[in-house]
Design a protein around this ligand. Structure first.
Ligand SMILES: Cc1ncc(COP(=O)(O)O)c(C=O)c1O
Length: 350
């Protein structure tokens, strides 16, 4: 199988494999009461700040929905991009777990703008007949592979907070965003005003590992309520893993020596090599490549010819765009990219 369909299709990075072997050291307390989990939380606090709080779950859907459940009440609304993972790929988990109304932000741009939140976020405040402001959930990198900078994130958070919303970021590929910007993780999260982050490890080489990090903002009341609620939401929805250390030991190992950023930077570099090559061959990119995904327009015959050579990818965005996501991973090699470019060249030349 060619490796461009998803970073979910990749195996484990060496750090994760080694950490699982190392953590297989006999009996340990379960449910996160172990030294590996303690080390992973400490590593996250070093990255994001001492005042932050963090927990672990196995899937991105659990991270997103449990974080948002902890930040909301069931009579509130959650604003998200119409093509966000939260809206398009999490089945009814948002409704089952948060009980909130999902409201879509419709935009064909690569990034949500503050004005989009202002418009979609309007409610008759205090009217019991209408779902009230709850959370704005943003993805960084975005649905279309672009990256919000710290100042863009700050502007989005300011508008959201002013309209009464908390801000959650789906960072299933947060490492790719940080690697692309070269900024400090705290600058892009707590310092920019966000209340909670789903920080993905799975797509960056772990077997199953997503952290949920909460950041104190303002008078700290949202943080206090959310961090009290999170552990109860996690257990009561069946997402508290007993053999926790096999999720947290690899997470700690990835953070320990910077492997999380090295792997993400490598995947980004492969995507940029691919994207430059496709543009040179005359292919159209619908959005600029800023992280590890390339969003390319493929006519049906070209798509079919590439698939006949064994490639696979998901369509994204509106069907009439003919846009496909070609994804690079921590283990994509330059020769894999060059082989795809050679096939893409042979097909356009026909
Ligand atoms: C943007 C985004 N968020 C979250 C997820 C996590 O999803 P899952 O629940 O399948 O782990 C994914 C996985 O593809 C994703 O692309």
């Amino acid at each position: 199988m060619h490796g461009f369909r998803s970073d979910n299709n990749a195996g484990l990075c060496p750090e994760a494999v080694q950490a699982i072997l190392d953590a297989n050291d006999g009996h340990r307390f379960a449910y996160g009461e172990d030294k590996y989990t303690e080390a992973a939380v400490a590593a996250l606090r070093r990255l994001f700040g001492d005042g932050t709080a963090a927990w672990f779950v196995a899937t991105g859907t659990a991270a997103n929905t449990l974080a948002i459940a902890s930040l909301t009440q069931p009579w509130q609304r959650v604003l998200c991009h119409e093509h966000s993972h939260y809206n398009d790929d999490e089945s009814t988990a948002p409704e089952r777990i948060t009980h909130c109304r999902t409201v879509q932000i419709r935009t064909s741009a690569g990034k949500i703008e503050p004005g989009d939140i202002r418009q979609a976020g309007q409610v008759r405040g205090g009217d019991v007949h209408e779902p009230q402001p709850g959370v704005v959930t943003l993805s960084n990198p975005t649905e279309f592979g672009m990256v919000y900078t710290p100042s863009e994130m700050r502007a989005l958070c300011d508008v959201a907070h002013a309209a009464g919303y908390r801000v959650h970021v789906d960072g299933a590929r947060f490492a790719n965003a940080v690697a692309a910007l070269g900024c400090e993780p705290a600058e892009l999260t707590g310092d920019a005003g966000i209340d909670a982050l789903s920080f993905g490890g799975t797509k960056n080489g772990l077997a199953a590992g997503e952290a949920v990090v909460f950041f104190p903002q303002g008078d700290g009341r949202v943080f206090e309520t959310a961090t009290h609620a999170f552990a109860f939401h996690r257990k009561s929805t069946g997402h508290l893993l007993s053999k926790h250390r096999f999720v947290t030991a690899p997470f700690a190992a990835m953070l320990h020596d910077g492997a999380w950023l090295r792997h993400a930077a490598h995947a980004n570099e492969m995507a940029s090599r691919l994207s430059d090559g496709l543009v040179r061959l005359g292919y159209q990119l619908k959005f600029p490549t800023q992280a590890n995904a390339v969003f390319v327009v493929l006519s049906p015959p070209i798509d079919a010819a590439l698939r006949a050579r064994g490639y696979a990818w998901y369509p994204f965005g509106d069907p009439e765009w003919n846009m496909f996501r070609v994804m690079c991973s921590f283990d994509t090699q330059p020769e894999h990219v060059d082989d795809l470019l050679a096939d893409a060249e042979a097909i356009v030349a026909r």
